[in-house]
Design a protein around this ligand. Structure first.
Ligand SMILES: [Zn+2]
Length: 124
């Protein structure tokens, strides 16, 4: 009897956010989706899934980046009006935040896109 604590073998999809954070391959779940912080790998180093061909349509990525940057700039301007922080504080705060947000936004967007495309290819 090995029914003690058999883990669920149910292979559900990982949450998109955790998939984006860890860069999980939609097919094998390996951490192979990203070759750089915000750049997809050409293919999965683990199972050989052709990630680049799933990425088609990535032309929207530029729009997403611009929208994100715009929102952050507007937010920065709003905070400036509201708190009137010293300039160095603004740079210190918004610089890293912008970089992190843009990279995370791109990762999330690309992951969503690849997972969506992958599901499409899985349908008969
Ligand atoms: Zn894989």
């Amino acid at each position: 009897m090995t029914s003690g604590e058999s883990p669920n073998e149910h292979k559900g999809q990982p949450g998109l956010v955790s998939a984006a954070l860890s860069g999980l391959c939609p097919r094998c779940g390996g951490k192979t989706l990203f070759a750089a912080p915000a750049a997809l790998a050409d293919e999965c180093a683990n199972c050989g899934l052709d990630i680049r061909s799933l990425e088609r349509g990535g032309r929207f990525v530029g729009v997403v980046t611009m929208l994100l940057a715009l929102v952050l700039i507007l937010a920065a301007l709003g905070v400036d009006e509201w708190l009137r922080p010293p300039l160095w504080a603004s740079f210190l705060f918004w610089g890293p935040l912008t970089v992190v947000s843009v990279i995370f936004g791109l990762r999330l967007y690309k992951t969503m896109w690849v997972y969506h495309q992958y599901e499409e290819t899985q349908q008969p």
